[in-house]
Design a protein around this ligand. Structure first.
Ligand code: HEC
Length: 147
């Protein structure tokens, strides 16, 4: 009898769990639908890629791994299309150049500055550019900084 009870309660727990999962799944799909209505620009996609690559660089620095090559994807900042409502102006071009320079420094094995400092400088340029026109992602970008 005890054994049976155990099975019953176990089955109940399982069932409860799968219901929970179903709910989560439903929530995920409805969230996805909302997201699909918004079509990200080439630049927004690139920015998210840049974020992911920099998160990996940070992890490598913290783990003491040797950094791979400068990711050429970063250079697309010069050509990727912005959202309709934003214009590629002289300020944007200037910040793009400073950003690429700072990011190249991260991979400069002959630099006398510690790599953590060079990495934080590059992330600092992300933040500076964002302060000029697109402040929303700044709190997220700050999380990339090495403390
Ligand atoms: C030269 C200026 C500039 C630099 C440098 C820059 N950004 Fe951006 N970022 C922008 C602009 C402008 C947008 C909005 C793009 C659009 O809507 O087309 C943006 C958008 C974003 C977004 C939001 C993307 C989305 O899904 O809407 C994130 C996240 C982001 N940037 C992170 C970063 C990170 C991380 C860095 C540095 C590794 C960085 N940015 C460097 C100008 C810049």
């Amino acid at each position: 009898m005890k054994y049976l009870l155990c099975i019953i309660s176990f089955a109940f727990v399982l069932n409860c769990n799968s219901k929970l999962k179903e709910n989560v799944k439903q929530e995920e799909t409805s969230e996805k639908k909302v997201y699909d209505m918004y079509e990200p620009s080439e630049m927004a996609n690139l920015m998210n890629e840049m974020y992911a690559i920099n998160a990996k660089i940070k992890a490598d620095i913290l783990a003491g791994n040797t950094l791979e090559e400068f990711p050429s994807a970063f250079l697309e900042i010069h050509t990727a299309e912005l959202s309709d409502f934003k214009k590629r102006n002289a300020k944007f071009e200037a910040f793009s150049n400073i950003y690429i320079q700072a990011e190249k420094e991260v991979f400069n094995t002959e630099s006398s500055l510690p790599v953590e400092e060079r990495f934080n400088n590059a992330v600092g340029v992300c933040i500076s550019c964002h302060q000029t026109e697109c402040t929303g992602p700044i709190p997220r970008i700050k999380k990339l900084l090495i403390k």
